[in-house]
Write a protein that binds this ligand. Structure first.
Ligand code: ATP
Length: 299
């Protein structure tokens, strides 16, 4: 995070579902999930500064793909917080979004932007709202916003909003690959053949590359077969990760972004360069995940 005069930049990480099991469906149609999620150092950036009037600008590779009007989750988050705190405590703000994450791609970019804006505005406005209060406002914006506010390794249950932080997860070397095709989350859930899959198996005690790879072999992304049927390019992204030496490859969320797990950040960088060389139009990013609080940040 950087500080300039009067403004501050907040990191909005990608959310990677290392495993995602669909375990049920509520009467209102919402799906119940169990997911081990991590967050990455690669992500969007949100700059927040007090200003004479409200302003919102978007830059970055994926800027053309996000709405600039009130439909943007950044503005929904600003307005929700302002509604909660009242107009006298929430003067005008200029918000700049650098949109580096592909849109509608299974890495929760919009939710993460909303979480970063909430954190940024609480500080800019000097509001006295605790983590639980912020998570409640976040949940009103989307089921994944509370986990993006936490942004540390966690297991999400329920509709994705019941969070258990997972201790002892090391920073992991990851390559993210998206073949450039948006996939509708609603279409993927609608195509599921069953909703009552097994829950996640118990997690190992300390999670590093080796123990995670073994555990991942016992798990699934239950959305992957449906997403693959809708968007076959996902299969090509997975096979490029495998060819580049990934220890384990899988789709995140409802796709189409796939992740590959690598033993070190440097190996991940080499693999990303190789895939980028072969697929120059795809989104390819080497990154590391954010470790659990107090866990080994090196890998
Ligand atoms: P998830 O993994 O939670 O399903 P996703 O990565 O698939 O999320 P997002 O990139 O968050 O999807 O975008 C979902 C929708 O939200 C898009 O249709 C997009 O138009 C809209 N949207 C609104 N604001 C944003 C934003 N700041 N960034 C990305 N998408 C946004």
């Amino acid at each position: 995070m950087e500080t300039d005069i009067g403004s501050r930049t907040w990191h909005a990480p990608a959310k990677i579902n290392l495993a995602l099991h669909v375990t049920g469906r509520r009467a209102d149609g919402y799906h119940l999930i169990e997911s081990l999620a991590v967050f990455t150092r690669f992500g969007d950036r949100v700059e927040v500064a007090l200003a004479d009037s409200d302003d919102f600008t978007v830059s970055g590779r994926y800027a053309p793909e996000v709405p600039l009007d009130a439909g943007n989750l950044v503005l929904k988050a600003r307005d929700a917080l302002r509604g909660e705190a009242g107009p006298h405590k929430t003067p005008p703000v200029a918000i700049k979004l650098e949109k580096n994450l592909p849109v509608a791609s299974g890495v929760g970019g919009g939710s993460s932007d909303a979480a970063a804006v909430l954190r940024g505005l609480v500080q800019a406005w000097g509001l006295d709202i605790d983590g639980a209060g912020l998570a409640r406002i976040g949940l009103s914006l989307g089921a994944d916003v509370p986990m993006c506010l936490a942004a540390r390794p966690l297991v999400a249950r329920g509709i994705g909003d019941e969070l258990s932080m997972v201790p002892d997860v090391s920073a992991l070397g990851l390559v993210l690959v998206n073949p450039g095709m948006p996939v509708s989350t609603a279409d993927v859930f609608a195509a599921l053949s069953r909703h009552d899959n097994e829950p996640l198996p118990p997690l190992p005690r300390g999670i590093d590359f080796h123990s995670l790879r073994n555990w991942l072999e016992l798990t699934r992304n239950d959305l992957q077969p449906a997403a693959l049927a809708i968007q076959p390019a996902i299969g090509r992204a997975l096979s490029w990760l495998d060819k580049a030496g990934s220890g384990f490859s899988r789709m995140s969320g409802s796709g189409a972004t796939c992740f590959g797990l690598f033993e070190t950040g440097n190996v991940a960088k080499r693999a990303a360069a190789e895939i980028r060389g072969r697929q120059p139009d795809w989104f390819v990013a080497a990154t590391r995940s954010i470790a659990s609080e107090g866990a080994d940040g090196q890998n």
